[in-house]
Design a protein around this ligand. Structure first.
Ligand code: 5GP
Length: 138
């Protein structure tokens, strides 16, 4: 598959589409998933182009992992979940639906609480409040 420079996350990185931003640095951006699988579900993307783990430059992957750790720590502080799941899907068969590499950082409260992937849009006001809680914990 060829990288589509107009995929939704590339457009969010360029600021063409709004997001509930949690964190940004020169190489990465973190923002709330609009169809969260749990309260606090955050996405971390490298700014550089790359659709998956095979095509993303290693230095971009490393930057995204660094930010993922930072965001996971902030989610832990903000929401106090007993667990946090980090997921990164490659290819439609794995469930990937946006083809710009990203890490899901999902608070987990029990091993049975995971919502359905990319299914239920959350209230934007709730997403804004969750983003503010995580930002405050960074
Ligand atoms: P994937 O299936 O590629 O691993 O995950 C894509 C994620 O992006 C899904 O969890 C989905 O809910 C989320 N998503 C899809 N469109 C948008 C959007 O426009 N904005 C945000 N913030 N998240 C999105």
């Amino acid at each position: 598959m060829t990288y589509d420079k107009d995929n939704i996350f590339a457009r969010i990185v360029r600021g063409e589409i709004p997001c509930h931003k949690v964190y940004e640095d020169a190489d990465t951006l973190a923002f709330m998933d609009i169809m969260p699988q749990a309260e606090g579900h955050t996405l971390v993307v490298p700014k550089a182009a790359g659709e998956d783990i095979f095509t993303t430059p290693p230095e971009s992957l490393a930057a995204a992992v660094h930010t993922t750790q930072r965001v996971a720590r902030a989610i832990k502080k903000a929401f106090s979940p007993p667990g946090i799941m980090v997921a990164q899907l490659n290819g439609p068969a794995a469930g990937q639906s946006v083809f710009h590499l990203h890490f899901h950082v999902i608070p987990r409260y029990t091993c049975k609480d995971l919502g359905i992937h990319a299914a239920d849009p959350a209230d934007p006001a709730a997403l804004a409040a969750h983003a503010a809680r995580i930002r405050a914990a960074l």
